[in-house]
Design a binder for this molecule. Structure first.
Ligand SMILES: Nc1ncnc2c1ncn2[C@@H]1O[C@H](COP(=O)(O)OP(=O)(O)OP(=O)(O)O)[C@@H](O)[C@H]1O
Ligand SMILES: [Mg+2]
Length: 368
């Protein structure tokens, strides 16, 4: 169903994205060992990757790095997610054959599948030895083994004392494991580039080349077509003016368009754009509140931009008026850069705006 609110799994549920699927296919077959799939939130990265994996026969594991915070970004968490991704893989039985010789692997055959545990306390098996085995699996079948890490910017938090530097692992694999490729997605676009640091001399990934699939929002025309196609699939005929009004409010973000379509097909009422926007704004607000927890200034900056103060001087003046005193240039500079890195704001010609209109609305309601 085109309006299914979960990430899509098959091409029949995915609107358009033919070109992106083709690029991904080409890069896996003939490109770099490191492929990035980048967009702001709710544009369809996870859907694109899942459809690709389901359509192709590459052996793969899928790791959702957004789950790392559940484990406080610990070694235990990284090992647990890795073990789960192998256990859940379509190829888990055959993969186990390859992991047998490694120290620290405990596999239990359950009714409906397999449970795998690693000895994370001893860091066994080492992640590179694990990847070597996955590489061998691909090599023996004359194909590539794909290690897919969704929301890979989260891996940056694993760095630091006694943690894991995933960049070193990727660099090792890049140079040595010729039948293994990484596909990383990222929705906090600046953070993922800052993490990978391709151009920093002392970074493990210095000088490596990656291929990129950049997903954009739908154009106005595509958004209209998407809504028509989804409604026609659901057997509903929705007046053109309602569709246009929605498209204007949601600015081509597939996730919000699908959310809207889904709600309409559930309620069979067409006059609920206001209610749906309200719900979407609440979701966005809870995401922005997480950012504000790190620093109140992020909240003040977002509120200023949401109210239309869009350049350095006007944002600075607005915040100074609110706090009743000066804000250091460095604080403002770092705050703005961070919000751009998080892909909440975009900067064009020295002017700042929200990447997503729903977030703009949410920012107006921040309680700071
Ligand atoms: N091309 C598309 N056709 C149909 N539905 C789509 C498409 N792209 C995205 N969606 C829908 O939009 C929502 C967000 O998609 P998805 O989760 O794949 O995006 P994402 O970029 O991974 O988002 P996030 O950054 O939040 O993880 C889902 O409901 C999905 O079904
Ligand atoms: Mg996703």
């Amino acid at each position: 169903m085109l309006f299914d609110p979960r990430p899509k799994e098959s091409r029949s549920e995915l609107f358009d994205r033919e070109k992106e699927l083709e690029s991904l296919s080409y890069f896996v077959k003939s490109g770099s060992p490191l492929i990035l799939c980048i967009s702001i939130r709710r544009i369809g990265k996870t859907s694109l990757i899942k459809v690709f994996l389901n359509e192709n026969n590459y052996p793969y594991i899928y790791i959702n790095a957004r789950r790392l915070p559940e484990y406080q970004y610990s070694i235990r968490g990284s090992y647990t997610l890795l073990a789960e991704s192998i256990a859940l893989s379509r190829f888990s039985n055959k993969l186990l054959e390859y992991l047998k010789g490694l120290r620290g692997v405990k596999a239990t055959i359950l009714h409906g599948g397999i449970s795998i545990e690693f000895n994370w306390k001893r860091r066994e098996p080492s992640i590179t030895s694990l990847l070597e085995k996955l590489n061998n699996y691909g090599r023996d079948r004359n194909t590539f083994f794909l290690v897919v890490i969704d929301e890979a910017q989260e891996l940056r938090i694993l760095r630091g004392y006694n943690r894991l530097d995933f960049r070193q692992i990727i660099a090792y694999s890049y140079d040595n494991l010729h039948n293994l490729k990484f596909i990383l997605t990222g929705s906090e676009v600046g953070l993922i580039y800052n993490f990978l640091e391709f151009s920093k001399y002392d970074s493990p990934l210095y000088g490596r080349v990656s291929d990129e699939v950049i997903l954009s929002r739908f154009s106005r025309e595509e958004s209209i077509k998407f809504l028509y196609a989804g409604f026609s699939e659901a057997g509903l005929s929705v007046p053109r003016n309602i569709i246009e009004e929605t498209v204007d409010a949601l600015d081509g973000i597939p996730g919000w368009l699908a959310f809207y379509g889904y709600k309409i097909t559930q309620t069979k009422r067409f006059d609920i754009l206001g209610e749906i926007l309200e719900e979407a704004v609440k979701v966005a607000l809870s995401e922005l509140e997480k950012i504000v927890r790190a620093s109140r200034y992020y909240g003040l900056i977002m509120r200023a931009v949401a109210m239309g103060f869009n350049n350095w001087t006007s944002i600075k003046r607005a915040i100074e008026a609110w706090v009743g005193g000066p804000i250091h240039n460095k604080t403002l500079f770092n705050g703005l850069n961070r919000l751009v890195d998080l892909s909440v704001l975009v900067k064009e010609n020295e002017k700042y705006d929200f990447a997503d209109p729903v977030y703009r609305e949410a920012a107006k309601r921040l309680n700071i």
